[in-house]
Design a protein around this ligand. Structure first.
Ligand code: NAP
Ligand code: ZN
Ligand code: ZN
Length: 351
């Protein structure tokens, strides 16, 4: 297979900082789109993988799955894109296409295992996948998204993971006018969830460990904010929320939040604390409450989310960084000190 060498940023081991490296990208095949990457968001999942929080990481890792850029080449059979178009790649770059979840548009639940943008065995081309902290990416057009022109490109990048990860459960659980929604954790995912849930018509309250974020929540669009370490404030919504989206990245007690749910209310986990969480039986049997999970979203739903965000003028609040500052950004991300998503200006990789 013909390949091309491109510059990237990645790491050789969980204990090593990220640094510049060279990776191979395949030449475009018939259905492929080659994208020059202009911006790439930094998701907390990038950090989990680099640290090998869940085991099984394949090094070297080039993270990044919030990818936006411009099409630079297309294969003979590409129909959705032309050279020069804006394009995006999220978490999924391939799947079997024939199993029931794939046929139903849930590629993230492919029975053969979806191929993720990075740190995933590439079932079609061999080796493992490299993500968006790189000059370019080559992806089958089926997994490439159209980026609406009206959105600021750098601020739109985080929609490719943070956006779809929160949109999908809000959509599935039919959040709309009259819904009372709680968002737990105001990081990359949480702050986009506030904006999307508001645009869907919900009353939105956030739960945060940060007094600064309590003060900023209304600017982000929330109706109310609760400092989760204050037991007095935590009493305000007991039994009052229909739906809670939990975006917390570390171990935490979910039981206090289950008790904020109404009868038949649902709490949905999208955060990935590496340690198991425990649930007290009474907190779900009382009120017939549900505790569920959700994983990104399929390709068609990701396009639907991008179009929804364009319609409502929703994008992330970002801190744009040069790739040379990636290790400082990771240290800050680990501490929850981001307002509210780091995005890499990939032009810096050319320096
Ligand atoms: P992030 O920007 O770091 O935000 C996580 C937020 O969780 C922090 O800002 C903080 O919010 C809160 N938090 C962190 N540690 C905490 C602790 N010990 N106790 C209570 N709250 C804590 O991360 P992100 O990129 O939004 O991702 C969030 C999680 O979702 C990560 O685990 C990521 O891997 C996962 N994820 C899952 C999917 C999926 O498909 N399911 C997709 C993308 C990401 P406050 O400061 O407001 O308290
Ligand atoms: Zn992500
Ligand atoms: Zn499949």
């Amino acid at each position: 297979m013909e390949t091309k060498q491109v510059k990237a940023f990645g790491t050789e081991a969980s204990t090593q900082p990220l640094k510049e490296m060279i990776i191979e990208r395949r030449a475009t095949t018939a259905h492929d789109v080659e994208i020059e990457i202009l911006f790439c968001g930094i998701c907390h999942s990038d950090l989990h993988q680099v640290k090998n929080d869940f085991g099984g990481a394949i090094y070297p890792i080039v993270p990044g799955h919030e990818i936006v850029g411009r099409v630079t080449a297309i294969g003979n059979h590409v129909t959705k894109f032309n050279v020069g178009d804006l394009a995006g790649v999220g978490c999924i770059v391939d799947s079997c296409r024939t199993c029931n979840p794939c046929k139903d548009g849930f590629e993230q639940f492919c029975e053969e295992g979806a191929t993720f943008s990075f740190n995933s065995i590439d079932q079609t081309y061999g080796g493992h996948t490299f993500g968006g902290y790189s000059e370019s990416i080559v992806t089958d057009e089926k997994y490439v998204l159209n980026i609406p022109k009206t959105l600021d490109l750098a601020s739109a990048a985080p929609l490719l993971c943070a956006g779809i990860t929160v949109y999908s459960p809000l959509n599935h659980w039919k959040i709309g006018k009259g819904s009372k929604v709680g968002i737990l954790g105001i990081g990359g995912l949480g702050h986009v969830a506030i904006k999307i849930a508001k645009a869907m018509g919900a009353f939105v309250t956030v739960f945060t460990t940060s007094q600064l974020k309590v003060e900023d929540a209304k600017r982000l669009g929330a109706d109310d904010a609760v400092l989760s370490s204050d037991p007095e404030q935590m009493k305000k919504y007991l039994g009052k929320l229909n739906f809670i989206l939990d975006t917390v990245s570390a171990k935490h007690d979910v039981n206090i939040y289950l008790n904020q749910l109404t009868v038949d209310g649902s709490m949905v986990l999208v955060g990935l604390p590496p340690e198991p969480l425990s649930i007290v039986a009474f907190n779900v049997i009382k009120g017939r409450r549900s505790f569920a999970g959700s994983n990104i979203g399929g390709i068609a739903e990701t396009q639907e989310m991008l179009d929804f965000c364009a319609k409502h003028n929703i994008a992330a609040d970002i801190e744009l960084i040069n790739i040379q500052d990636i290790n400082t950004a990771y240290t800050r991300l680990e501490k929850g000190d981001v307002h509210y998503r780091f995005v890499i200006d990939m032009a810096s990789l050319k320096k």
